[in-house]
Design a protein around this ligand. Structure first.
Ligand code: PEP
Length: 252
């Protein structure tokens, strides 16, 4: 049975005190209200990670939003996967569209980041997604295929079986425009079919594929009810404890 996950992505929001306060609220609410075996994760800015990992315990897991592709060295200002692991994180978002767009992260770089993440016993949440133009001109299956072929299909099956994929249409991120449940399901089924063709049915059936893009407490239930959607990567709504926990509870 594949894992059901609701992962919040705080992006570059919240100072340290605000982060601790919001996270404490989330942990208490998840502890009191969550019933199923779904996993709640918060992916926070680096400066929050150490404290959040201690506060989250076994209730809410912690992820980083990025890591450097090298083990260590003269890369001023960067953070390695080993450092992230050392503070108790379990996950790292790799290839978010904002990193691809604003930091020019290529598929090849993201493949390196995925490998170093796995080598440090962290789980990559690997993001793929098409732009509005690519959706409108009908090239989105090709775009997505190229992103996961270059980014993660170089992995051996044993490593691939550990990763989480997030389908995040770029046109839906932070825009208030959500993919319809049919649009999202169509893409998730396509991704699972491609994984099946490459790694076999067992790995395909066990890979968690999240939807991300203006997911909120109102639309989460319909999205998560789709056969191939195993939860969400949540941006804006993860900055409000009530909204985030209501999305987590969608699986109750
Ligand atoms: C995201 O940044 O991963 C995201 C899905 O953002 P939002 O939910 O705000 O669209």
């Amino acid at each position: 049975m594949r894992k059901k996950i609701v992962a919040g992505n705080w992006k570059m929001n919240l100072n340290y005190a605000e982060g601790i306060s919001l996270f404490s609220e989330i942990v208490n609410m998840v502890r009191d209200e969550k019933k199923g075996d779904q996993q709640a994760i918060i992916c926070a800015p680096f400066i929050h990670l150490n404290s959040l990992a201690q506060l989250g315990g076994s209730t809410v897991s912690i992820g980083a939003q990025n890591c450097h592709q090298k083990e260590s060295g003269a890369y001023t200002g960067e953070i390695s996967a080993k450092m992230i692991k050392s503070v108790g994180c379990e996950y790292v978002i790799i290839g978010h569209s904002e990193r691809r767009q604003y930091f020019a992260e290529s598929d090849e770089l993201l493949a390196e980041k995925t490998v170093i993440t796995l080598q440090n016993d962290l789980i990559p949440i690997f993001c793929i997604g098409e732009t509005l133009d690519e959706r409108n001109n009908g090239s989105y299956f090709e775009v997505l295929k190229s992103q996961f072929q270059k980014g993660i299909f170089g992995l051996e099956g044993n490593d691939f079986s550990k990763i989480v994929i997030a389908y995040e249409p770029v046109w839906a991120i932070g825009t208030g425009l959500t993919a319809t449940s049919e649009q999202a399901q169509e893409v998730h089924a396509f991704i699972r079919k491609e994984i099946d063709a490459k790694y076999g049915v067992e790995i395909a059936e066990n890979t968690t594929i999240l939807y991300g893009g203006s997911c909120n407490p109102k639309n989460a239930a319909e999205l998560f009810a789709q056969k191939d959607i195993d939860g969400g990567l949540i941006g804006g709504a993860s900055l409000k404890s009530r909204d985030f926990v209501d999305i987590v509870k969608t699986f109750n």
